[in-house]
Write a protein that binds this ligand. Sequence first.
Ligand SMILES: C[S@@+](CC[C@H](N)C(=O)[O-])C[C@H]1O[C@@H](n2cnc3c(N)ncnc32)[C@H](O)[C@@H]1O
Length: 412
Amino acid sequence: MTDPVEVTIDSLGAKGDGLAHHQGKSLYIPYVLEGETVRVSPRGERAELEEIVMSSPDRTEPICPLFERCGGCALQHMARAPYHGWKSALVADALASRGLDAALEPLTGTEPGGRRRAVLAARLIGRRLLFGYHEAKSPRIVDVNHCPVLVPELSALLPRLADFLPLFMTKKGEAKVTLLATDSGIDVSLDHVKDMRGGQDYLKAVELAEELDLARLSANGEILLERRPPQISMGRALVSPPPAAFTQADKGAEDAMAEMVTTAIGPDAKRVIDLFCGSGTFALRLAENAPVWALEGDEAAIKALEKAWRFAPNLKGIKMERRDLFRRPVLAMEMKKFDALVFDPPRAGARAQAEEIAKSDVATVVAVSCNPGTMARDLRILVDGGYRLESVTPVDQFLFSPHVECVAVLRK
Ligand SMILES: C[S@@+](CC[C@H](N)C(=O)[O-])C[C@H]1O[C@@H](n2cnc3c(N)ncnc32)[C@H](O)[C@@H]1O
């Protein structure tokens, strides 16, 4: 271990850690701000914060007592305006690194208490249950019995859920706990837990789900009890997502992004494609105006979309197709009759798909992404194919984390 040293923070890196230099070497330090002078204990290329010697005017009081212990948040100590500026700069830097010159729209913010989906971890240590988020850059779990980022009903559930999780736990390994607050109640999906089929454990689990008034309880992908179908409204439709399936994490962010997508595509589009459509976040809203061809790799998500569409009033047709869009992207020639397209791939982006869109004549393309790096790569492909990058809007879907969502609009 090295003795503490005093350094000044030059900048914040893409993961929210401060970057300083000491004896010609880079040091990454969490929970600091640009311009601050701090005493730190170096450990390799990282350093632990010991003391803030001179703090930044951008520093603010964190809203959670677990901040700096729990790895769920990285940036609660930064005032809102510079925090938004930092997130926007992540997007601007990613675009600039690909030589893209786009006018960045102001960031769409979210508020504490707005996050409706969260994935937590649980582990038994002897008879003691640990249930919460991982520490930053560590497999260790920090017990969390209150989380101000979550919608209040999810935060209130955490200590009550902790009481009944031991029933599901195996002696070894870590369980994954996916929580989703829906319009009809909370949906709990447990993965890497005991097989609950048959026997007393199953009956106890059902009793506990009743006691917690859960909408649905699933274990290892299987629904144990559905007291009410968990439902999320998407435009005129009500979607019941599969257990632990992808859903946008913050309803405010989802609504803002859906509004950006539908406005960019506009009411005059005749036929629209939605790629990586999930359970229909965009397709169901776009189908209020135009027929949609919706493609997605996950069978269960497609089924949820199909059911939501069938019951929704006054929607145009949605043609649904399960397709692996990495291996078999929609080809430019298949896009001939379409005048608008939205694509919202996972973090890896959609290089092969972007190459096909670039060759097409689809007039309006909207790219939605949770990874500015892969988004910038894919936008470069589209711009090289003749698209004009009209706007890019950062969205702070993952409050206080270093992640940022984006919506980019392109025209040809
Ligand atoms: C970021 S989510 C977006 C989902 C949807 N647009 C939404 O807003 O709810 C990415 C989606 O891509 C799907 N996906 C991942 N890999 C895929 C692949 N190779 N082919 C098709 N879909 C894929 C996932 O199942 C997930 O639904």
